[in-house]
Design a protein around this ligand. Structure first.
Ligand code: PAF
Length: 284
């Protein structure tokens, strides 16, 4: 496995691989890898012989300096796991090389609509940061396939739209969320939880599943369900940030024609913001 920091070296390696006719699967990450990331790697390996993983904590997608500073960085352990998993190249660029003119003197990629609602409304500029870095990484890595976890449900929708709108020749592969036995969705942020918080954390998935089971068919008014869920989470020690029940295709409120609902959860446990989501079929 090669660990490459320099984009120029990456480009020359990619050029060689392309000349040999190899297909490339790409898994962009921000490091602090866990089983969820390794599942993305496994999925990538099903589609192409060459797997490339990037590790880059993208400052542009953080709208809170503290959150960025606190983001766990475990490069040596990450590389050991990726080597073991049979990854071919790990790309580990620095912020200076990715954003040589700083974050604000830089072309942005913005997916309108989806980027501005829900998570995007709460974290202004977040999805612009994600679409810009993913475009840049796609241009450097030139993959045929790219794997993204369904845990970041809105992010996945933004990326799919971006690839469609900009006619990028890349197949986006959505991958199921990997969970602990407790039901807690795996996340790099889980490593920030204290022992006591770890015991409470699975409650977010429990409350979400409970909403899913009680979602009325033809559901248009979910306000009470959301209020009850917030109350339960807050009573358990969370500070609920947002709960939305929307149409997964449009991210708009459910309407009579909605075939599915997605329940989007975000709640703080101490300083750690946990997210999760569940897609539910609505029987009309
Ligand atoms: O999901 C993530 O880890 C990040 O948002 C991504 C896609 C690597 C872009 O920085």
């Amino acid at each position: 496995m090669q660990v490459i920091e320099d984009p120029k070296l990456l480009r020359s390696e990619i050029k060689k691989l392309k000349q040999q006719g190899e297909l490339i699967s790409f898994i962009p990450t921000m490091g602090n890898l866990h089983q969820g990331h390794l599942t993305l790697v496994k999925e990538g390996q099903l589609h192409a012989k060459i797997t490339i993983v990037s590790i880059f904590v993208n400052p542009m997608q953080f709208n809170n300096a503290q959150d960025l500073a606190n983001y766990p960085k475990t490069l040596a352990e990450d590389c050991a796991q990726l080597k073991e998993a049979g990854v071919d190249i790990v790309f580990t660029p620095t912020p200076e090389v990715i954003y040589p003119n700083g974050l604000n003197a830089q072309t942005f990629v913005e997916v309108p609509g989806i980027s501005d609602s829900l998570e995007g409304e709460l974290r202004p500029g977040h999805f612009r940061g994600v679409s810009t870095i993913v475009t840049k990484l796609f241009n450097l890595v030139q993959p045929d396939f790219a794997c993204f976890g369904k845990k970041d449900f809105q992010q996945l929708a933004v990326i799919k739209q971006m690839v469609l709108d900009l006619a990028m020749p890349i197949k986006i592969i959505p991958v199921e969320t990997v969970r602990e036995n407790s039901g807690l969705a795996m996340s790099s942020r889980n490593s920030k939880l204290s022992e006591a918080e770890k015991l409470i954390a699975p409650k977010i998935a429990e409350v979400m599943n409970n909403i899913g089971q009680n979602l009325p068919t033809n559901s248009e008014n979910c306000e009470q369900l959301i209020k009850d869920a917030q109350q339960t989470l807050n009573n358990s020690g969370f500070k609920t940030d947002e709960i939305h029940i929307v149409d997964p295709l449009t991210f708009a409120p459910l309407h009579k024609a909605s075939k599915q609902a997605v329940i989007l959860m975000a709640a703080f446990l101490g300083n750690t913001r946990l997210i999760d989501n569940l897609v539910v079929n609505l029987h009309q």
